[in-house]
Design a binder for this molecule. Structure first.
Ligand code: 8DG
Ligand code: MG
Ligand code: MG
Length: 144
């Protein structure tokens, strides 16, 4: 019998906001290697977007989050990768529960380390899906 065809997966990525800064880390995973991306990961069976956001941020950075809100969704086909990947990515925003808690690099095989970056002075290169959103003028900050 043949192997099952590849399927799209659901990703959840989190704009963790602190003042006008966002938390980014340089990816070491194969998809988007060496680009700066948000914390996040794959939705598990039965999870809400908020639960997935909190779990992935905790697993990857040790940070607890609150005020978690849905922002938008994008369809991301990574056809150039060695293993073609298709992720429907749900973008959330949140704030750290404790603004004094420092992010830890808890998955050093997947990320070079986390840091806060000024929204007006983001590091390059950004992860493809993020770069495209910014080119379209997307902002994760609440409008007051
Ligand atoms: P897991 O095993 O912990 O569930 O997954 P992960 O290893 O943490 O997954 P990930 O690659 O960090 O995130 C899942 C997918 O979400 C990723 O392959 C593509 C999509 N995605 C985007 N934009 C972003 C982003 O800015 N950050 C993250 N982490 N994922 C993103 O489209
Ligand atoms: Mg993860
Ligand atoms: Mg991840």
């Amino acid at each position: 019998s043949q192997p099952p065809p590849p399927m799209p997966k659901v990703g959840v990525a989190v704009f963790l906001l602190k003042g006008n800064k966002v938390l980014l880390g340089r990816r070491l995973s194969s998809v988007g290697r060496n680009t700066f991306a948000l914390p996040g990961g794959h939705l598990e069976f039965g999870e809400s977007f908020e639960e997935c956001a909190a779990r992935e941020v905790k697993e990857e950075t040790g940070l607890e989050i609150e005020k978690t809100e849905y922002l938008t969704v994008t369809n991301n086909v990574f056809s150039q990768e060695a293993k073609a990947t298709h992720i429907v990515c749900v973008f959330m925003r949140a704030v750290p529960a404790d603004i004094n808690q420092q992010p830890q690099n808890l998955e050093p095989e997947k990320c070079d380390g986390w840091d806060w970056y000024d929204w007006d002075d983001l590091p390059k290169p950004l992860f493809g899906p993020l770069e495209i959103m910014l080119q379209h003028g997307f902002s994760p900050f609440p409008t007051t």
